[in-house]
Design a protein around this ligand. Structure first.
Ligand code: AMP
Length: 213
C-alpha cells in the first residue's frame, strides 16, 4: 500500500516517514530530500534547484516528476512508498495518479499531520539534520540527543531554507496552494488526520494503529 504523508513544513512528516520505514519496511520518497541531493552535485540543474529552494519556491513539475518516476518505476519499492512532500498542488495530484497508474499502483492512504503556525516556526528554526544518516533533531528540544548522536554531533547541518523569512513564505504557499489538495485527497482516499503537536512516539503509535488495521 502506498501512503501519502501530508502536512505543512515542519509538521514532522520526515521524522515519521523515517520511523515507518524502519518499522514497516517502507521506502521514504521525500521530494525535498531528492532535490537537496541534486543541489549537492553543484551541476547547472543543482544550482537552479538550490536558488528556488532557498527562496521557498516550488521546483518545476518537470524536474520533480523525473525524480518521482525513478522511484515509482523501481520494482523494489512497489506498493511500499511513503510520499513525503508530494503532492503539493492539484497538478501534482493528477500527475501522481497517472504515474502510479502507469506502473499498476495507486496511493490508498493519506495521513495528515496538523500543526499550527506558531509551533512550526520553533520547530523549523531549530531544525538540524545529520548529513550522514539524515536524522532530524531540534537544537532547542534535543540538545542531549544531538550531543550523543552515534554519527557524531559535528555532522548536523541546518537547511538553508530554514530561516524565518523563508519559513513564512513556505507556510503561506502551503496554506494557499497545498492545503486545498487535502480536500480532494480526503474525499477520494482513505484519510486520517493526526494532531502533529503530540510527542513523536505518540504520533508514531497512532500511525502504527492505522497501518495495522
Ligand atoms: P521539504 O523538504 O518537503 O520541506 O521541501 C523543501 C523544498 O523543496 C520546498 O520548499 C520546495 O522548494 C522543494 N520541493 C519539495 N517538494 C516539492 C514538490 N513536490 N514540488 C515542488 N517543489 C518541491
Amino acid at each position: 500500500m502506498n501512503i501519502i504523508l501530508f502536512g505543512p513544513p515542519g509538521a514532522g512528516k520526515g521524522t515519521q516517514a523515517q520511523l515507518i520505514v524502519k518499522k514497516h519496511n517502507y521506502f521514504q520518497l521525500s521530494t525535498g530530500d531528492l532535490l537537496r541531493k541534486e543541489t549537492k552535485k553543484k551541476s547547472e540543474l543543482g544550482l537552479k534547484i538550490e536558488s528556488l529552494i532557498s527562496k521557498g519556491n516550488f521546483v518545476s513539475d518537470e524536474i520533480v516528476n523525473q525524480l518521482l518516476r525513478e522511484t515509482i518505476s523501481n520494482l523494489k519499492y512497489r506498493d511500499r512508498i511513503i510520499f513525503d512532500g508530494y503532492p503539493r498542488t492539484i497538478d501534482q495530484v493528477i500527475n501522481l495518479d497517472e504515474l502510479l497508474n502507469e506502473f499498476n499502483q495507486k496511493a490508498e492512504l493519506v495521513i495528515s499531520l496538523s500543526v499550527p503556525r506558531e509551533i512550526i516556526e520553533k520547530r523549523i528554526i531549530g531544525r538540524v539534520t545529520c548529513e550522514k544518516c539524515n536524522m532530524t533533531l531540534n537544537e532547542f528540544f534535543n540538545s542531549r540527543e544531538i550531543e550523543l548522536h552515534p554519527c557524531g554531533n559535528q555532522h548536523f547541518i541546518k537547511r538553508k531554507d530554514d530561516n524565518l523569512t523563508t519559513v513564512m513564505s513556505r507556510y503561506d504557499i502551503y496554506k494557499k496552494t497545498t492545503q486545498p489538495v487535502l480536500d480532494y485527497l480526503s474525499k477520494n482516499l482513505r484519510f486520517y488526520e493526526i494532531d502533529g503537536t503530540q510527542k513523536i512516539d505518540e504520533i508514531t503509535a497512532k500511525i502504527d494503529g492505522i497501518l495495522n488495521v
